[in-house]
Design a binder for this molecule. Structure first.
Ligand code: NAD
Ligand code: LMR
Length: 312
């Protein structure tokens, strides 16, 4: 009996797109189609072929193709959007909104034409507003249009906590809620090392500085790179979400989800804890928040709404 392989298309073959494609193939999660604009067709084909030639060495069975033709994305199970411009030092993610909004609209039309039943996972910044744009343009139900930010932001938080405590990252858990901006909300009260609340392990001032570093984690990398933004951890985060969907894992992961009353917000996409499985976002988990946590989340939601006003 033969099992048909899953298919994932990654739109945008730049740093995050190419890294995501390679990680998906290395994990044998799907055959991967990497898509970029016609002017980038040869470099995209070149990247895909180069990755494919790593398969015999690493021993993975997955096909990777590069293209600028959306017909090649036909019947994808999941489509990941990384197309668009990235920020440079001195810029905020919100400075990318107008350029990337146009790109979201055009790529979404092509995605929907060839894969009307797919799940879409959006990475392009400013990602809360771009996920909303893709949701509107696609006409898909909300469970099938998902944004990535919280897995990455939580991964940064977990990295810094593990460094602070000199413990394995595997034993550190956390939750970052809200928009993917400098006012995101790392929920320290819901964060643990080996099941022990972090607040009992790390002094308050050290925890506060970890929270601050997490909030500015994207900018820290942008300043170090000098000419672009992070891509290894963002790609790993996308792959974790795609894997949860393809394998129906029902993972509890933060996703950028469309809210219709949850946490008191209506009609916006925002980072919240979700259950990710074969139905995409199968559930939004509503945590009890203190008044300080809710005020911080309100501020983050306000920032997202301001960017959404530019969309109109
Ligand atoms: N949400 C997050 O956590 C997160 C993390 C990292 C990066 N990002 C965002 O992801 C985006 C991509 O970042 P990157 O580092 O890969 O940038 P990059 O410049 O390396 O790659 C972007 C690619 O998109 C392609 N592209 C542009 N217009 C396109 C179109 N219409 N169709 C198909 N492809 C198109 C470009 O040719 C380029 O190859 C940026 O907006 C960045 O800010 C978000
Ligand atoms: O910071 C950026 O502009 C890219 C991304 O959103 C990140 O957090 O690394």
């Amino acid at each position: 009996m033969s099992m048909k392989r899953k298919k994932v298309s990654v739109i945008g073959g730049g740093f995050t797109g190419a890294t995501t494609a390679f990680m998906l193939a290395q994990k044998e999660l799907a055959d991967v189609v990497l898509v970029d604009i016609p002017q980038m067709e040869n470099p995209t084909k070149g990247k895909a072929l180069d990755m494919l030639e790593a398969a015999p060495v690493q021993g993975f069975d997955a096909n990777i193709t590069g293209t600028s033709n959306y017909e090649d994305t036909k019947d994808s199970d999941v489509v990941v959007i990384t197309a668009g411009i990235a920020r440079k030092p001195g810029m905020s993610r919100d400075d990318l909104v107008q350029t990337n909004q146009k790109i979201m609209k055009s790529v979404t039309q092509e995605i929907v034409k060839y894969s009307p039943n797919c799940f879409i996972v959006v990475l392009t910044n400013p990602v809360d507003a771009m996920t909303y744009t893709v949701f509107q343009e696609s006409g898909f139900p909300k469970n099938r249009v998902i944004g990535q930010s919280g897995v990455l932001d939580t991964a940064r938080f977990r990295t810094f906590v593990a460094q602070e405590l000199n413990l394995s990252v595997k034993d550190v858990t956390g939750f970052v809620l809200g928009g993917h901006g400098d006012d995101m909300v790392p929920l320290v009260r819901y964060s643990y090392a080996g099941g022990i609340p972090l607040e009992t392990l790390i002094p308050k001032d050290r925890l506060n500085s970890i929270v601050e570093r997490t909030r500015k984690g994207g900018g820290e990398i942008v300043n170090l790179l000098g000419n672009g933004s992070a891509y290894y951890a963002p790609a790993a985060s996308l792959v974790e979400m795609v894997e949860a969907i393809l394998k129906d894992q029902r993972r509890v992961l933060p996703s950028i989800a469309y809210l219709e009353g949850e946490y008191g917000y209506e009609g916006i996409y925002l980072g919240v804890p979700t259950v990710l499985g074969a139905g995409g976002i199968e559930k939004i988990i509503e945590l009890d928040l203190t008044s300080d946590e809710k005020a911080a989340l309100d501020q983050s939601a306000e920032s997202v709404k301001k960017v959404m006003e530019v969309l109109a």
